[in-house]
Design a protein around this ligand. Structure first.
Ligand SMILES: [Fe+2]
Ligand SMILES: [Fe+2]
Length: 327
């Protein structure tokens, strides 16, 4: 018998409230909580290549806890509920997926990006180099591509909030690079400095968190953070280049470490030169517009406004025609 026929195989984006579920999903996150009677239940998050959905395991939480590990794929049965205007799965039974499950397809749990990351990385490096003259900066970009290109191409832009998918860091940086070149020309800034600052500003994210099996902070990520890690990557590459000017090195470091704009957001210094301020604003613009696009596209309220978005401290207006048009 086909355990996973076309009537039960459901991708997360297609799930409807009231529907029975019998499918494989990857466990993203797991949280043990207490019910009012003092016994425990599990609040979990599931994903497949089409999206994510919260789920609850109300019964036998302790037994389930023993078999659940974020990053692994499980076969579960249950049904789709609605809670606080959002879909979630009430799980009736859950077990690890096994290699003997004939219809299990590992490809269903791998996120992909909707662009060719190798091609976009080539365009990023070309965009950087075509705006540089100084030989030691060209050497720096070559060093970056050779040492960090492979990781950089596939990493997420963030664990959760924006660009949280394969290639997200690259897409974010390439988008910013185009803005940086334009803004440097418009304000007559030091274009070479802004281009290098843009390229390196978030490279520390490749060590800040893992993306497999699930996005998760690393020890360095939690204790040091991507700003300082990115600065260390720049210094490591710069130190291999003979005669790299000290003032330029300091300015590049300043762009990297001040790009969050405020001390309360993790930058040890405020932007103190126009190029650093421009980098901060470009970063903010690119990440915030992306948060807005993703929130509007994924809104499940069914109404004219999204849920409250903490990262932006507001709800967003969902233009119906736009949302449906984008699909
Ligand atoms: Fe950052
Ligand atoms: Fe960024």
């Amino acid at each position: 018998m086909n355990l996973f026929d076309s009537q039960t195989k459901k991708f997360i984006k297609d799930l409807q409230v009231g529907q029975q579920v019998d499918a494989y999903y990857k466990l993203q996150a797991l949280d043990k909580r207490l019910k009012k009677d003092g016994t425990s239940f599990l609040a979990i998050e599931l994903m497949d290549k089409t999206g994510k959905i919260p789920a609850k395991i109300w019964e036998n939480a302790e037994a389930s806890l023993k078999i659940l590990k974020p990053g692994n794929v499980y076969r579960l049965k249950g049904y789709v509920n609605e809670y606080m205007n959002k879909k979630e799965i009430k799980v009736d039974s859950i077990r690890p997926a096994s290699t003997s499950d004939k219809d299990f397809d590992a490809g269903d749990f791998q996120e992909t990006c909707n662009f060719d990351a190798g091609d976009m990385f080539g365009r990023l490096i070309d965009a950087a180099k075509s705006n540089l003259d100084k030989p030691y900066l060209l050497q720096l970009v070559d060093g970056f591509a050779a040492a960090y290109g492979d990781k950089f191409k596939t990493h997420y832009g963030a664990q959760k909030i924006h660009h949280a998918y394969l290639g997200g860091l690259l897409e974010h940086t390439y988008s910013m690079m185009q803005l940086a070149v334009f803004i440097a020309g418009h304000y007559k800034l030091d274009k070479e400095l802004l281009v290098i600052g843009t390229l390196f500003h978030d490279v520390g994210k490749i060590y800040e968190f893992t993306i497999t099996p699930v996005p998760q902070a690393t020890m360095q990520g939690g204790l040091v953070g991507h700003i300082v890690l990115g600065n260390a990557i720049f210094l490591e590459l710069k130190n291999k280049i003979q005669g790299f000017p000290e003032e330029l090195s300091c300015k590049i470091q300043h762009l990297i470490i001040s790009h969050h704009g405020e001390k309360e957001f993790g930058s040890p210094e405020l932007p103190m030169i126009p190029e650093a301020y421009a980098l901060h604003v470009i970063d903010l613009l690119d990440s915030r517009v992306k948060i807005m696009e993703e929130a509007i596209k994924n809104s499940e309220t069914g109404g004219l406004f999204t849920d409250y978005i903490h990262a932006l401290s507001r709800r967003l207006y969902v233009e119906k025609g736009e949302k449906e048009g984008k699909g």
